[in-house]
Ligand binder design. Structure first.
Ligand code: SF4
Length: 220
């Protein structure tokens, strides 16, 4: 018999469990000082469909050369592409990053506003990256749902949703706001190393006694 899911306790236990593992990419970059809204947005775009082990050094390489909208807008699309060419879809991302930098320079005086509508109006920017920017760079409570957050919260039985977008809506209705920003920080390493896609490590999981293990077939 499982205990009722206690989200406050789960957050505390998972915070302890993920300490030995590398931090989620955007939080790692923020700690290194790449914490402006523009840097977080660009780094998130670079990370789309790209492993953290690749996207982190790629973002650092671009920021060594240019880290403000004004600096990036002065590069050509080809120069940006050459700097981020280890990222998946780098040519498309380079064109999008260049366009975004130009728009910020021309429409917002070179400063990216902490505004969800503006972020979502940019090419290649979806709710996951917009909410990471708002949460990490702007300190606005927001839930960024990637594949790990989606899988883990559904396995818990905390939400029941078929897509990351629906999971985000369900979490916004249920999750206490104090956990909104931290959820991504915690569940990315938790999903990579403990509640893994295949054969999650349930036998040593700190929230096993309250997790419904929804859809879990093979486990360790
Ligand atoms: S008990 Fe298993 S399915 Fe549930 S959170 Fe832990 S590892 Fe994931």
């Amino acid at each position: 018999m499982k205990k009722p899911f206690d989200i406050d306790l789960a957050v505390k236990l998972i915070d302890e469990a993920v300490r030995p593992f590398p931090k989620a990419a955007m939080f790692e970059l923020a700690e290194e000082g790449f914490n402006s809204a523009f840097e977080q947005l660009v780094a998130c775009m670079i990370s789309i469909r790209t492993y953290d082990e690749v996207s982190l050094p790629t973002a650092r390489k671009l920021f060594e050369r240019a880290r403000t909208p004004a600096e990036v807008s002065k590069l050509t699309v080809g120069e940006i592409a050459a700097l981020i060419n280890t990222s998946t879809f780098f040519e498309r991302k380079a064109a999008q990053i260049h366009e975004i930098a130009n728009r910020i320079v021309n429409e917002y005086d070179g400063n990216l506003p902490c505004d969800s509508e503006i972020l979502l109006s940019f090419p290649g920017v979806g709710p996951k990256c917009a909410n990471l920017v708002l949460g990490i760079a702007c300190g606005q409570p927001s839930i960024s749902v990637d594949i790990h957050v989606h899988r883990v919260t559904n396995r818990w039985g905390y939400v029941k949703a078929s897509t990351p977008e629906k999971t985000m809506t369900a979490l916004e209705a249920k999750l206490p706001r104090e956990h909104w920003i931290d959820l991504n920080r915690l569940l990315v390493p938790f999903g990579k190393h403990i509640c893994t896609g295949e054969h999650p490590h349930c036998s040593t999981c700190p929230v096993l006694d309250m997790c419904q293990q929804m859809g879990v077939k093979g486990q360790r």
